[in-house]
Design a protein around this ligand. Structure first.
Ligand SMILES: O=C(O)CCC(=O)C(=O)O
Ligand SMILES: [Fe+2]
Length: 204
């Protein structure tokens, strides 16, 4: 739906928001509430979740969240020092992929799933600029369950942008964003339930 902006002109909420060295689209109610709740339940029940980890200063450290990697090719994918082999798409993942591709302006061949069991699960500052994704990757992130704050920090200027990722929301990161901004989902002291996040990506 069109919205009146500051100048009384119509602006499209699906139009990318331009930031310093990148752009994004955030659609809070991309999925109807009941549909989003069905997906949350399905993903918690059917995804093969693992707690991965990595070597840090000679010690194996587990990530504070569960992860899974699904996709349509057998190219291994590396992130945060680990390499994952994708599991084949399921019905729900394919359904979501089809829905978000037109808005993203690309096709995705893989998805990384993160499950934050409560407020003590998190992901710390990083970029998704892995070399397998090429220059200026488009990354579409969909969110189910507990609302969490997604934080962006500019690598040079330290500018900050916080986006509250709602149940059923879609966030598409694009342009040069991964090369200029870090992002994280910090821990929270709030008593909150589970959250499942899916980031769709295109491995070249
Ligand atoms: O959970 C989120 O919203 C972000 C996940 C993320 O940044 C990642 O998987 O690379
Ligand atoms: Fe990320």
């Amino acid at each position: 739906m069109d919205q009146l902006n500051l100048f009384g002109l119509f602006s499209n909420p699906n139009e990318p928001v331009q930031i310093n060295g990148g752009s994004y689209i955030y659609i809070p109610d991309f999925f109807p509430h009941s549909k989003a709740s069905q997906y949350l339940k399905a993903f918690i029940e059917t995804i093969e979740w693992n707690q991965e980890g990595m070597m840090m200063y000679g010690k194996y450290v587990k990530f504070p969240r569960l992860t899974a990697w699904y996709g349509d090719n057998d190219k291994p994918y590396s992130f945060s020092g680990i390499t994952l082999q994708p599991k084949p798409w399921n019905t729900e993942l394919l359904e979501i992929k089809k829905l978000i591709e037109p808005l993203s302006g690309t096709t995705f061949n893989s998805v990384l799933l993160n499950r934050y069991r409560d407020g003590s699960d998190s992901i710390s500052w990083h970029t998704d600029a892995e070399k397998e994704l090429g220059r200026n990757p488009i990354i579409a992130s969909v969110n189910f369950g507990a609302e969490r704050v997604f934080q962006l920090k500019h690598m040079k200027t330290q500018e900050r942008i916080d986006i509250l990722l709602k149940h059923g929301s879609l966030l598409i990161m694009m342009g040069e964003l991964q090369h200029n901004w870090l992002h994280q989902v910090p821990k929270t002291q709030k008593i909150i339930g589970e959250r499942v996040n899916l980031t769709f990506r295109t491995i070249k």
